[in-house]
Design a protein around this ligand. Structure first.
Ligand code: ZN
Length: 312
């Protein structure tokens, strides 16, 4: 009996060890928040990137060259629209890069690269008509996508990844949600790629005081995915992620679901920097109020989700 007991214990240990090594054999690449932060600062060097501005035009050219540098077939989706907040006719450009073209399962990761034409939430009346620099609102999500682009051009991801840089997100009239996300609306009504299986939008994820509760539309659209992602963040001790559901935010994920039935969620910190102060849509949306560590938490989560999830 003793002999058998030892043997059984050995088998049990072998199963445990084997089981662990199976899980740990997935090597997840490390996301550099420092590098992503450099891309955030780089965008801000162009000044505000609101539609119609010099910064918008020049950064669009920069991004196009950046993406073309290591990739032959980038897609540029061009469109025209009346910008709700300025009532001006504008030209928009969504940039799309697809990795692992043959993969059956495809995940869209999206962010908006445009910034807002006015600082309508600024308390200083002189600032309200000035464009936002958008270090966080526009800059942070785009910086994450640029960093992922670097990584995926070096090593192909294990699933299909569609990186989408949306234009014309921050063009809406304050508190009229569906006047925002014009680039995503055009994309979802005129899908230029095979319909992805799932989409994650990252927006306002550079805040120094990062808090990422669950945005309500995301939970309503894809509750299981939300649970899996926030559970994963907890396992990885990414403590910006908070398992509580907060208000609905009309961001680029909503048109994806409504127009193209792509299950889509939004990772967003809407309290910038916190409940008591506000830098969102003000002159204070600057790199000094953002942090590499915040970008790193979100990038780390995305890479773990891409490499470790069974994507069911
Ligand atoms: Zn905004």
């Amino acid at each position: 009996m003793l002999q058998l007991g030892v043997k059984m214990r050995f088998i049990l240990i072998a199963i445990i060890v084997f089981g662990c090594s199976q899980q740990e054999s997935v090597e997840v690449p490390r996301f550099s928040g420092v590098k992503a932060f450099q891309y955030l600062e780089k965008q801000c060097e162009f000044g505000p990137r609101n539609p119609g501005s010099t910064g918008h035009k020049e950064f669009a050219n920069y991004l196009e060259n950046f993406l073309k540098e290591r990739f032959d077939n980038i897609l540029i989706q061009e469109f025209e629209y009346i910008e709700p907040v300025t009532e001006s006719l504008r030209k928009g450009k969504n940039f799309i890069v697809q990795f692992n073209q043959d993969a059956k399962y495809r995940l869209l990761i999206g962010a908006h690269w445009d910034t807002r034409a006015i600082s309508d939430q600024d308390k200083n009346i002189e600032h309200k008509t000035l464009p936002v620099l958008g270090a966080n609102d526009g800059g942070s999500g785009t910086a994450i996508l640029m960093t992922l682009y670097d990584m995926f051009t070096a090593d192909e991801p294990p699933i299909g990844i569609d990186l989408v840089f949306f234009d014309a997100e921050d063009v809406g009239r304050s508190f009229e949600g569906n006047t925002f996300a014009v680039g995503s609306e055009f994309f979802s009504k005129n899908l230029p790629i095979k319909k992805p299986d799932f989409a994650i939008i990252v927006d306002m994820v550079g805040d120094k005081q990062l808090n990422l509760p669950i945005e309500r539309f995301s939970y309503n659209i894809a509750p299981k995915k939300v649970k899996e992602i926030w559970d994963m963040a907890e396992d990885l001790s990414l403590n910006a992620f908070e398992k509580r559901i907060v208000e609905e935010i009309y961001d680029d994920h909503v048109p994806l679901w409504e127009n193209a039935q792509i299950p889509a969620i939004d990772i967003i910190d809407f309290k910038y920097p916190n409940l008591f102060y506000n830098h969102w849509h003000t002159q204070q949306d600057i790199p000094e109020n953002c942090s590499p560590k915040s970008l790193e938490q979100v990038g780390t989560l995305l890479l773990n989700y891409i490499y470790v999830s069974d994507h069911k």
